[in-house]
Design a protein around this ligand. Structure first.
Ligand code: SF4
Length: 188
């Protein structure tokens, strides 16, 4: 049976593979139990896109599901500007564009094109300081890297040893629930 990975896993796995396992474990519980301020802010940013969806025009497609058969992924895009063929991924605050963020927007771009929507430009939008940053579309090398990353997630043994990075744990929403660390996150 074919299975598809959520696009959000592409960044979560870079941050810490074990966070995907914990996400699955706590998926059915109330998110307020574990979500911290940055995630709540991020969720608010995405909820705002969902809300705007109701008043979206033909010019903007917001909070829409996309899927790529080629990559085996699915997820939501934030905004696609139809006339300008621009894809925009919103983050609450963007001081660094992590590799996982690139994987997410590349996957969204490939899924959109596969679904028949041409994309000319990719942007991240930092909500806090209202900044928009253009990034390159993925070339052949980047697409190969993305596919390898997806393959690595799909084959990952979540029972294997993981490298615990205390710095990351201190910024992880699952820290209080994680059996790999005794520390809580800094947002508590
Ligand atoms: S608390 Fe640390 S080890 Fe546990 S999921 Fe988060 S980053 Fe990974």
């Amino acid at each position: 049976m074919e299975f598809f990975l959520p696009i959000s896993y592409l960044n979560d796995f870079v941050f810490c593979p074990y966070s995907i396992y914990l996400h699955q474990v706590f998926d059915n519980s109330n998110e307020d139990v574990y979500s911290a301020k940055p995630q709540q802010r991020g969720k608010t940013a995405h909820d705002r896109v969902d809300h705007d969806k109701r008043k979206q025009s033909k010019k903007v497609i917001a909070a829409a599901y996309v899927v790529s058969q080629q990559l085996g992924i699915y997820g939501k895009i934030d905004q696609y500007f139809v006339e300008e063929r621009k894809l925009v991924e919103r983050k609450y605050s963007l001081s660094t564009i992590y590799r996982g963020y690139y994987y997410q927007i590349w996957a969204q771009y490939i899924a959109l094109e596969e679904m028949g929507f041409e994309v000319d430009q990719l942007f991240f939008h930092s909500i806090r300081d209202n900044r928009r940053i253009e990034v390159d579309k993925p070339d052949t090398k980047a697409i190969r890297e993305l596919k390898n990353h997806i393959r690595k997630i799909a084959r990952f043994d979540f029972e294997s040893e993981i490298n615990v990075n205390p710095q990351k744990c201190s910024h992880c929403i699952y820290a209080a629930l994680c059996d790999k660390t005794n520390q809580d996150h800094v947002y508590a």
